[in-house]
Design a binder for this molecule. Sequence first.
Ligand SMILES: *Cc1c(COP(=O)(O)O)cnc(C)c1O
Length: 389
Amino acid sequence: MPGFELIDDQERRAVDEVFARGGILFRMGFDDLRAKVFKVREFELAFARKFGAGYAQAVTSGTAALKVALTAIGIKPGDEVVTQSFTFVATVEAILECGAIPVVTEIDRTLNMDPDDLARKITPRTRVIVPVHMLGAAARMDKILRIAGDRGVPVVEDTAQACGGQFRGKPLGTLGVAGTFSFDFGKAMTTGEGGMVVTDQEALFLRTRAYSDHGHESNPNFPRGEDTRSMPGFNYRMMELQGAVGLVQLRKLDEALKRQQENKARIKDALRGIRTISFREFADEAGETGDTLVFFLENPEVASRAAKRLFERGIRFKILPEAMKWHFAGTWDHIFSAVKGYRRKDPGKLWRRSEDLLRSAIAIPIFIKMDEEKINRTAEHLVRVLREP
Ligand SMILES: *Cc1c(COP(=O)(O)O)cnc(C)c1O
């Protein structure tokens, strides 16, 4: 599950080192005082290299990463941005922050964007498509990229929940024109708060960098105070202590993925004979991060009963069903009541198929550190309850 499970002395030493070598907490400048320590810059380069991306821009959060990417692409008020009904509320918040109109698709049994519904919901005003790789697993990127390519619409992957995942051998976040990541405290890698935008397009990267730094173009021919600019920006800069922690967490990512994939496989194997459940479908199961085990029960009532019995046995959940409110668009009256095109609609009726799937699902968090006993105990409780849910 989250990178915080692995936080130890290495992160503390990385932070200490920043203080020991000048204590410059700002990501740029102060060259005489910082003994060549540029942790955020180093983190960006290591992150881009790790995932084979041309460029990476660190920002303050995954939500900021989405807004920065959309703004750098040129999203303007009134544009339509398509995303999916099952995501963290942040995806839609970022779209609204750009003044754009969120157009929301149903999900399918991968719990990610339903490509057929995407094809139906694209209009001449669609400017970006944002598939979200939920709970560690890729959206159907082959179909989504084909539909987007046919219409000439760029794809930005919200990879906040699938850092380190792949689709057919390609790192998630690098299949579209840009990918965004989150390093908040619940994510696969954490810097406390933080985010990243990756892209292969230099022009897009330069706009991303400028927008997240008040428009500064970081022109090497001028001191910062006389820096050039060609667009207004904002401040979404990451600080040095986060860069230092991020570098350590990035080094731990492969081991974390491997361990949780193993742990997940063992619990999943224990459930294979159970006929009352069906597992989540995958666009590419080999590429998923293994951070969650999701299965569907016959219908929402059966799922809700099973969840209650599992909870009583000490089993805890990840998002489904315990945090549906923050992850399913059908519950976001507080957002859609003020959005053009939604004002007279009841969000609870707009994504019925998604709601039925989500309320029939149970998601079990898979931890990096799960000992033999915890794995067996979890499997045992699941088997007991699910045999007669
Ligand atoms: C966590 C998350 C975000 C936002 O990231 P923050 O760093 O918390 O701002 C965006 N999208 C999804 C799908 C997320 O899970």
